[in-house]
Design a protein around this ligand. Structure first.
Ligand SMILES: [Zn+2]
Length: 171
C-alpha cells in the first residue's frame, strides 16, 4: 500500500479522491464533466458559445446556466457502451428530456440528419446487443478516468476560447 506523503495541496487531494471514491460516484462525476462538454459543444455549433443552446428536439433556446438545459441521450444511458458517445448525447431541454423517453423519435431524426444513417444504425445496434446480453457491460475505472481527462481537457480549450464562461462558472 502506498502512503500519500505529499503536501495537502488541492492537486494531491484530488488525486487521492480519484482513487478512493466508488465507481458509481466516479461515473456520476464523469457524467457531470461530459454533460457540460455536450451543452457547450452544441452552444458553440449553434453560434452561441458560452451563452445558450437550442434543445435538439423542440428547438427552444435555453441558457447554459440555470439547469433548464440538459444533455439528453438518444439511446438510454443504461447502455453503458454509448453512455459517453458524443453522437448519442445532445443539448436538450428538461421538458423534452423527461418526456416520452426523451422525445426519442425526434431525437432519432436529429441523429440521422446530423451524422447519417450509419451512425444511427450503430447506436441502435448497441441497444439491440444490450437487450440480448445478460451480463451488461460496465465501464472500468480506467475507462471512466480516461473519459474524464479527455473532456476536462476539451472544456479547458473552450474556456480559453470563451473566457466569459470561465469567469461565470468560478463564482
Ligand atoms: Zn426541448
Amino acid at each position: 500500500m502506498r502512503t500519500v506523503t505529499s503536501k495537502q495541496g488541492s492537486k494531491s487531494k484530488r488525486t487521492k479522491k480519484r482513487k478512493q471514491i466508488t465507481k458509481a460516484a466516479l461515473e456520476k462525476r464523469v457524467w457531470t464533466v461530459f454533460s457540460k462538454y455536450i451543452r457547450h459543444r452544441d452552444a458553440l455549433n449553434q453560434g452561441t458559445p458560452g451563452v445558450s443552446a437550442k434543445c435538439v428536439t423542440c428547438k427552444e433556446s435555453h441558457p447554459l446556466k440555470g439547469g433548464s438545459l440538459h444533455a439528453g441521450h438518444f439511446i438510454s444511458r443504461t447502455v453503458r457502451t454509448i453512455k459517453f458517445d458524443e453522437c448519442n448525447v445532445h443539448a436538450q431541454c428538461q421538458g423534452c428530456n423527461y418526456r416520452q423517453s426523451g422525445e426519442q423519435g425526434i431525437h432519432a431524426k436529429y441523429v440521422i440528419d446530423t451524422y447519417g444513417i450509419d451512425v444511427f444504425n450503430k447506436l441502435v445496434q448497441e441497444r439491440i446487443n444490450h437487450l440480448k446480453i445478460k451480463k451488461k457491460p460496465e465501464l472500468t475505472r480506467k475507462e471512466l478516468l480516461d473519459i474524464e481527462d479527455k473532456y476536462l481537457s476539451l472544456l479547458k480549450q473552450y474556456e480559453s476560447k470563451y473566457p466569459m464562461f470561465l469567469k461565470k462558472s468560478k463564482k
